[in-house]
Design a protein. Structure first.
Length: 237
DNA sequence: GCGACAG
DNA sequence: ATCTTGTCGC
C-alpha cells in the first residue's frame, strides 16, 4: 500500500490537535464503491513490548475470510497514550507495516474509533486519510464519556445482533453492536470514504460465529501479540 | 486538585 | 495497552 506523507510525527500535543482538526475537513462519508465489489478486507492492530510498537495487518478475502497476506512491523514507540490522540502513538508503526503490504485492500478495519471522537477524527479516520482508502473504526469500548455534555451509554440489548445508534449531539456517529452473546458490544463508526450502513454491513459479514471481533481484526491482534512471545524481553519474528 | 478517558 | 496462574465452563 502507498502512504501519503501529510505531516510530521515528532510533534507536540497541541500540534496533534491542530492536525486532527485540519485533516477532519477532508473526510468523506460516502462510499465510492459497491459492497459487491469488495474483494479484500484488512484488519489492523498494534501491540507493545517495552519501548517497541508492533503493528500488524492481516488481509482476508471477502466474504470468504481466508488469509491472503499478513505482515508486521516493529518500530520504536515515540508518543504516549493520550485519550483522543491514539493515532499519534499507533499510526507510525501501522504506516511502516502498510508499506510492506503488497496487496491493495478495498476496506480497512481498524482497532479504535472512527468519527466517534471529540474532534470527529479517531485513528480509523486518520489511517483512512493517510492510505486514501475506505476505513472503519471498530472499538472495544466507548470514548465519548459522560463529560462535556456526552450522555451515558444507553443499555445495549443482550440479544446477539442487537444494534443501538449512538449520538454526539444531533449526529449519529456510531452504533453499538452485540456481536456475540454474553460478551460486551463493539462500537462501529465511519473512518473515511464510507457510510455507517456500509460499515455495519462489512463488520457483520466479517465476524465469524461466536466471535466478538471481525476476523481480520482478531487475526491482526493475535499476530501482533504472538510476535512478541519467546521471553519477557524478546521479539519473536 | 479530581474525575473521565479508544489503546 | 501491559503486568500474570490457575480455574470454571462449553
Ligand atoms: Mg489495539
Amino acid at each position: 500500500m502507498k502512504v501519503r506523507e501529510l505531516h510530521r510525527w515528532d510533534i507536540s500535543r497541541e500540534e496533534a490537535l491542530e492536525i486532527q482538526r485540519k485533516l477532519a475537513k477532508h473526510l468523506i462519508f460516502q462510499p465510492d464503491f459497491d459492497i459487491k465489489d469488495v474483494k479484500l478486507v484488512a484488519g489492523i492492530d498494534v501491540a507493545f513490548l517495552a519501548d517497541k510498537s508492533i503493528a500488524s495487518i492481516v488481509v482476508m478475502s471477502f466474504p470468504e475470510l481466508e488469509v491472503v497476506e499478513k505482515e508486521i512491523a516493529v518500530v520504536k514507540t515515540n508518543f504516549p497514550y493520550i485519550p483522543g490522540l491514539l493515532a499519534f502513538r499507533e499510526a507510525p508503526p501501522i504506516i511502516e507495516c502498510a508499506k510492506r503490504i503488497k496487496s491493495e485492500p478495498d476496506v480497512l478495519l481498524i482497532d479504535g474509533q472512527g468519527i466517534a471522537h471529540p474532534r470527529r477524527f479517531g485513528i480509523a479516520c486518520h489511517i483512512g486519510i493517510l492510505l486514501d482508502k475506505p476505513s472503519i473504526g471498530c472499538a472495544k469500548s466507548w470514548l465519548l464519556g459522560e463529560r462535556q455534555g456526552y450522555p451515558p451509554l444507553p443499555p445495549i440489548p443482550k440479544e446477539k445482533g442487537a444494534i443501538v445508534p449512538l449520538s454526539d449531539g444531533k449526529d449519529i456517529v456510531a452504533v453499538a453492536l452485540r456481536s456475540a452473546p454474553g460478551k460486551p458490544p463493539i462500537f462501529i463508526s465511519c473512518g473515511h470514504k464510507i457510510d455507517l450502513e456500509t460499515a455495519i454491513e462489512i463488520v457483520r459479514k466479517t465476524i465469524k460465529d461466536g466471535q466478538r471481533l471481525p476476523a481480520p481484526l482478531l487475526s491482526a491482534h493475535n499476530l501482533a501479540t504472538a510476535s512478541k512471545k519467546g521471553g519477557q524481553g524478546t521479539l519473536f519474528i
